[in-house]
Design a protein around this ligand. Structure first.
Ligand code: FAD
Length: 387
């Protein structure tokens, strides 16, 4: 059975052409300068509907599935990972599917058009993998919530039009640390942090195109109606239903690895040593064969997971598997691509070093590789004691 129908092939080809013509040249210029994704590029993505692939047609989205979302994501990541990531800041950002009808009416149409893109603020200095350890507090004050505390790793905090953030609204009962967390929608002016919130960018080694912030909330006021979902249940929203986010990260990993493979083939054919093109050396040919095989294996698992998601079947274990496998594969493949470039690979004059730096991150965010292994092994063996 082929997952790639003629319609999907068209979507894929359109995204490929867009990436090669519009994303890649911008990435090659701006990433070395640590520049930001230009607004003009965002507008072109919006015209293609990329911020609303998963948003139902009744709210102005394309109403397509995780499969199409990941097809487009793989293509965009082949150009620039941050561009492949920013599509997730429209679509159905984590938590957006928990919105009530009034909130959906208020936000989804603008999200689909790319006019209302979000940041997600969950991590804290003491709460990374251990989300239940969140200490940011929200307390009721009349018709609003007042949020105070420190957040870490909030990507796009400045450029976003809103933040989805998680704070503690009640003490957790003994032994049930994951209870009492709530999710909030903080609307803000693009280019600034919300009133009552200050912060500064964290110096990263990659994932350029946007900034990642540490934030301090000091009585940041949020209207009561901006609570997303049920009070006290945010842990479940943040950790459940992550299959689409994991497939999306796999797609980003695969796109990066494909960038490394395609660039390495081109370089190997052009570079001559010992009187011949290095692509004639079996050592190089076998590296390329291995890279292509690993990419295809990850892609086929991703297609399977996307299909399971779109047909409403349980696939939490497989979604963790594809996130784990694709991100680990991506770093290995990008590193091999860098090796094929020799010294040239260790410069910022070739994109392969960027693919490698960005692939490194895919093993860390959206649940580290170790956390994915924990999820998979818990499904195989039952929940372990030594967690
Ligand atoms: C560039 C970047 C952008 C990010 N953007 C965002 C964002 O926009 N919003 C947001 O909320 N977060 C964001 N994050 C945070 C990201 O999700 C966390 O970094 C990630 O979840 C890991 O948390 P940590 O960094 O605190 O590592 P830790 O949780 O401290 O982990 C450290 C090490 O211990 C391991 N470990 C931890 N617990 C276990 C366990 N139980 N079993 C085995 N091993 C374990 C980990 O796998 C890791 O190897 C971003 C991070 C980065 C680096």
């Amino acid at each position: 059975m082929s997952y790639i129908t003629p319609e999907r092939r068209m979507i894929q080809e359109q995204a490929r052409e867009f990436t090669l013509n519009e994303v890649l040249p911008v990435a090659n210029k701006l990433d070395p300068e640590r520049g930001e994704i230009p607004m003009e590029l965002r507008e072109k993505m919006a015209e293609l509907g990329y911020f609303g692939i998963l948003i139902p047609e009744e709210f102005g989205g394309l109403g397509l599935g995780c499969f199409e979302y990941c097809l487009v994501t793989e293509e965009l990541a082949r150009g620039w990972m941050s561009v492949a990531s920013i599509v997730a800041r429209g679509n159905l950002l984590i938590g957006a599917h928990m919105m009530n009808a009034e909130q959906k009416g208020r936000y989804l149409r603008r999200m689909a058009k790319g006019e209302f893109l979000g940041a997600f603020s969950m991590s804290e200095p003491g709460a990374g993998s251990d989300i239940a350890n969140i200490t940011c507090r929200a307390r009721k004050d009349g018709a609003s919530w007042l949020i105070s505390g420190n957040k870490y790793w909030c990507t796009f905090a400045d450029g976003a039009d809103f933040m989805i953030m998680i704070a503690r609204t009640s003490e957790a009962p003994a032994g049930r640390r994951h209870e009492g967390l709530s999710m909030f929608m903080i609307e803000k002016a693009r280019g600034t942090l919300p009133p009552g919130c200050s912060g500064s960018p964290i110096p990263k080694i990659g994932y350029f195109g946007w900034k990642t912030f540490e934030l301090a909330f000091d009585n940041c006021r949020v209207p009561a109606e901006n609570l997303v979902g049920e009070e006290g249940k945010a842990f479940y929203y943040a950790t459940g239903g992550l299959e689409t986010a994991r497939a999306h990260t796999a797609a980003r990993s695969i796109g990066l690895a494909r960038g490394a493979l395609e660039d390495s083939i081109a370089y190997a054919e052009e570079r001559r040593q010992f009187g011949q093109s290095i692509s004639e050396f079996q050592a190089i040919r076998f590296k390329l064969a291995e890279m292509a095989t690993q990419i295809e294996a990850a892609r086929q698992l991703m297609y399977f997971v996307c299909d399971q998601i779109d047909t409403g079947q349980r696939c939490d274990k497989e979604a963790s598997m594809v996130k784990l496998f694709a991100s680990e594969m991506s770093e290995r493949v990008c590193s091999e691509g860098l090796q094929i470039h020799g010294g040239a690979g260790y410069t910022t004059l070739h994109a392969v070093e960027r693919y490698w730096r960005d692939a490194r991150l895919t093993k860390i965010f959206e649940g580290t590789s170790e956390i994915q292994k924990r999820i998979i092994s818990d499904r195989l063996l039952g929940r372990g004691r030594n967690r």
